[in-house]
Design a protein around this ligand. Structure first.
Ligand SMILES: *[C@@H]1O[C@H](CO)[C@@H](O)[C@H](O)[C@H]1NC(C)=O
Ligand SMILES: *[C@@H]1O[C@H](CO)[C@@H](O)[C@H](O)[C@H]1NC(C)=O
Ligand SMILES: *[C@@H]1O[C@H](CO)[C@@H](O)[C@H](O)[C@H]1NC(C)=O
Ligand SMILES: *[C@@H]1O[C@H](CO)[C@@H](O)[C@H](O)[C@H]1NC(C)=O
Ligand SMILES: *[C@@H]1O[C@H](CO)[C@@H](O)[C@H](O)[C@H]1NC(C)=O
Ligand SMILES: *[C@@H]1O[C@H](CO)[C@@H](O)[C@H](O)[C@H]1NC(C)=O
Ligand SMILES: [Cu+2]
Length: 591
């Protein structure tokens, strides 16, 4: 199956400019990400123990099973989030967005391994109103599947003007992110980083914190999806730009004639400070809607120490590839110049990603460098292999080894594209194009003992199985980042064509929560049952909207025994009341 070529690239010189820039408030609202302030901020946020110290004692990343031996600190980290509309210009082009506490990207959630995280999410989306729900990506939610934040699956959406309080344990540690799971809302700005501090073998001097990579569109998500799901619409959404920590320049001369939207060409790029000779930890997160990112820093080798929430045996590389939802923790030593040096940090969308401007840059300054100067460093010459796959599984081996168990059941699902009777192009996953019912979350019905659902919800019930293998065949010409909620899954195999039964490192397969499947290829995933109802879907926002979504019922008998807090039922009552008074225009699958 062929690869769809990328769109025409417009790239003007003014994109590579580290001088000037709009005020941070215009580009990113109240967000601090991307500013030099963060390099200083993280000195006390990330580089010292939180006020209660390191609670993991003698537990190490190499000798501790994170699934069974996590600490329970009793410490609670509380955050208040308000989701509102706003207008900002992350790349200089003004657009309406959705913001967490007025910020894009949103504020950091930070905890120690074993802490409890509480987030009060207030829905302040008006003009027009919309529901919302926030997903805590990669968190296992053991015993608390109703805190997972998937509307129509684990909860009803939070109605306009209402609040829902999420409460869950940080049982895994590392770098992640939160994002809205309501329609494609997150691509409109409802995203932010999460850091759970834990033990690490690899020594470093400075934690520089999250580096979020995200493709960027100039239209609102709602309009994008309306066009995509119109009769004869295209399932390929072409992004306008690519951002690092929510910032990038844009060449305003490429704006369509007649488009009077305010646009400034040198909005400003993200800037980072390196301490000469010191080793820095960067927490790379692909928080985009669609594109696969290839991250590098000119002249610097990256030592990868974790993928998603799994610490791995360190390996060196000049380029790290991340599909949507994936993370990589990398160590970088500032040894490529003198104290006055400056370098480009780059993130290139792969040729498989439909993009007008796929090249994001940020500036890295050593201690004494002039932070207004434009770096002149040359990029690594590591060509994009063009496979639409991510880095080879043989590169990544978990530090704490776990042998692949024998599965108690194997389930096969195909990915397909089709046109429905109204000439709308949609995705089918396991034979169904999914559409959720916001008013009837699967988890609440399951808790009531109802396991009979409309086919269009695309629910797969695995009954009492304890070890579940899923073979996914990609019968489409694009790559897809497959994400399972509530689990850190074993990646059994990934490759072109059909699976031939080969297992990559059965004695210790890679574990992560998102795995890319290449065009025309397969991915084989396996997971140890965590009771609940869990989304299993493509993390490309546009594909999930177009029906590429399924839900797994895992250990139904255990679900029936769960005591779900009253607040979850209240959220449904509030949503029901809202939907009786208002027509909710559910333009897509809902997730
Ligand atoms: C709620 O949204 C409105 C309109 O976007 C905004 O003016 C207001 O500041 C928001 N309130 C809070 C608490 O964020
Ligand atoms: C990575 O490269 C650094 C030098 O840049 C070296 O000290 C280190 O041992 C290498 N690590 C691995 C795992 O190869
Ligand atoms: C990223 O894109 C830039 C601009 O086209 C190019 O010069 C560079 O080689 C690319 N880097 C990698 C690692 O592919
Ligand atoms: C085709 O899909 C669109 C988008 O989900 C939907 O609005 C329309 O009703 C569907 N048409 C048919 C005939 O099912
Ligand atoms: C279970 O819920 C579905 C969806 O509301 C409904 O159609 C079905 O009748 C219910 N089944 C039972 C046995 O209550
Ligand atoms: C495991 O799943 C298979 C296929 O869905 C089913 O037939 C079997 O009963 C399940 N096993 C248990 C223990 O529930
Ligand atoms: Cu997809």
């Amino acid at each position: 199956m062929g690869v769809i070529p990328t769109a025409v690239v417009h790239l003007a010189n003014n994109v590579y400019n580290a001088a000037g820039g709009l005020p941070q408030r215009r580009t990113n609202g109240s967000s601090v990400w991307g500013t030099l302030l963060v390099s200083a901020l993280s000195l006390f946020l990330n580089n010292n123990p939180l006020p209660d110290g390191y609670p993991w004692g003698k537990r190490t990343d190499i000798g501790t099973n994170p699934f069974t031996q996590f600490p329970n600190t009793g410490i609670i980290r509380t955050y208040d989030f308000t989701v509102s509309r706003g207008v900002i210009a992350p790349d200089g082009y003004d657009r309406p967005v959705l913001l967490v506490n007025g910020a894009f990207p949103g504020p950091l959630i930070e905890a120690n391994w074993g802490d409890k995280i509480i987030v009060n999410v207030h829905n302040n989306i008006t003009g027009p109103e919309e529901g919302t729900a926030i997903h805590w990506h990669g968190f296992l939610q053991e015993g608390t599947p109703w805190e997972d934040g998937a509307p129509g699956i684990s909860q009803c959406p939070i109605a306009p003007s209402k609040t829902f309080t999420y409460e869950f344990l940080a049982t895994l540690y590392g770098s992640s992110w939160y994002h809205s799971h309501y329609s494609a809302q997150y691509s409109g700005g409802v995203v932010g980083p999460m850091v759970v501090h834990g033990p690490t073998q690899q020594k470093y001097d400075i934690d520089l914190g999250p580096v979020m990579l995200s493709d960027w569109n100039h239209e609102e998500y709602f309009d994008i999806i309306e066009k995509m799901l119109a009769p004869n619409g295209s399932p390929r959404v072409i992004s306008e730009n690519n951002l690092i920590n929510g910032k990038m320049n844009f060449d305003c001369s490429t704006v369509a004639p007649g488009d009077k939207t305010p646009c400034v060409s040198n909005a400003g790029i993200s800037k980072f400070k390196f301490k000469t000779g010191k080793t820095h930890r960067l927490r790379l997160i692909n928080a985009g809607a669609d594109g696969v990112q290839r991250f590098s820093i000119d002249g610097h080798t990256l030592t990868v120490i974790a993928n998603d929430f799994t610490p791995i045996k360190p390996y060196n590389t000049s380029v790290v590839t991340l599909a949507v939802g994936q993370r990589a923790d990398v160590l970088v030593t500032a040894n490529a110049g003198n104290s006055k040096s400056a370098f480009w940090m780059r993130s290139n969308l792969t040729v498989c990603t439909p993009a007008k401007q796929p090249y994001a840059v940020a500036a890295v300054y050593y201690d004494q460098a002039d932070t207004t100067k434009t770096p002149t460093s040359t990029p690594w010459d590591v060509p994009d292999p063009g496979t639409c796959a991510t880095d080879d599984l043989s590169l990544t081996e978990p530090l704490y080894p776990i042998k692949l168990p024998d599965p108690t059941t194997t389930h096969t699902m195909d990915i397909e594209l089709f046109k429905n009777a109204s000439d709308v192009t949609l995705w089918k996953f396991g034979g169904v194009s999914m559409r959720a019912n916001y008013n009837e979350p699967v988890l609440l019905l399951a808790n009531d003992g109802n396991f009979t659902y409309p086919d269009i919800w695309n629910v797969v019930n695995f009954q009492g199985n304890t070890s579940i293998r899923v073979v996914v065949n990609n019968r489409t010409p694009g790559g897809h980042p497959m994400h399972l909620h509530g689990h850190e899954v074993y990646v059994v195999h990934e490759g072109p064509g059909a699976w031939d039964g080969t297992i990559t490192r059965a004695e210790n397969p890679m574990r992560r929560d998102v795995q890319q499947v290449r065009p025309g290829g397969h991915v084989v995933l396996q997971f140890d049952a965590n009771p609940g109802v869990w989304g299993f879907h493509c993390h490309i926002a546009w594909h999930a909207s177009g029906g590429f979504f399924s839900s797994f019922v895992v250990q139904p008998k255990e679900i029936q025994k769960m005591r779900i807090p009253q607040s979850v039922e209240n959220t449904c009552r509030e949503w029901d009341a809202y939907t009786h008074r208002n027509v909710v225009e559910q333009i897509d699958s809902g997730t």
